[in-house]
Design a protein around this ligand. Structure first.
Ligand code: 4NP
Length: 163
């Protein structure tokens, strides 16, 4: 991956719901700001449950309703991701524990953050709820959280990297 780009990896459990949504929303915001040449954006899952699968149709539907096309195939997070990416953005505390377990082999180069650290509306709970076993309302809620948080993340990165 090109080293002149800021490399941002979104991580959840299955890499079919929350992290592809965050990847798509963040990519959309970056493009709106004309910064697509400055970022490399990807997503991965801490599990291999859905390896090779496309994004969940419910996640694609909420994104599509807002003009965002989700793409990609689920893949499992690897130790080399933690060295390759500048920022690893996890959806919940369980994901962070999984990243920490993987990082025991070698300290990661990436900065690891919870996505909701950048949510202007987060009050105490910093987990993006897992929508997999819920209905479409859960996905709407996750989309709103992800969009607010991605806006905050982009603002923060623009500030700290003078973009
Ligand atoms: P995600 O959602 O971590 O947001 O992609 C899930 C997808 C699949 C499963 C759990 C959560 N699963 O147990 O298969």
């Amino acid at each position: 991956m090109e080293s002149d780009k800021l490399q941002v990896l979104f991580v959840c459990l299955g890499n079919i719901c929350r992290s592809p949504l965050a990847e798509g929303v963040f990519r959309h915001l970056v493009r709106q700001d004309g910064l697509e040449g400055r970022f490399a954006i990807d997503s991965a899952g801490t599990s291999s449950y859905h390896e090779g699968d496309p994004p969940d149709s419910r996640a694609s539907a909420v994104a599509q309703a807002r003009g965002i096309q989700l793409s990609g195939q689920a893949r499992q997070l690897t130790h080399s991701d933690l060295q390759r990416f500048d920022y690893v953005i996890v959806m919940d505390a369980e994901n962070r524990q999984a990243v920490e377990r993987l990082a025991r082999q070698k300290a990661p180069r990436a900065e690891v953050h919870l996505l909701r650290e950048f949510d202007s509306d987060a009050a105490g709970d910093l987990d993006v709820p897992d929508p997999y076993y819920g209905g479409p309302r859960g996905f709407e809620n996750v989309h709103d959280i992800v969009e607010r948080s991605c806006r905050g993340l982009l603002e923060q990165l623009r500030r700290s990297h003078s973009l």
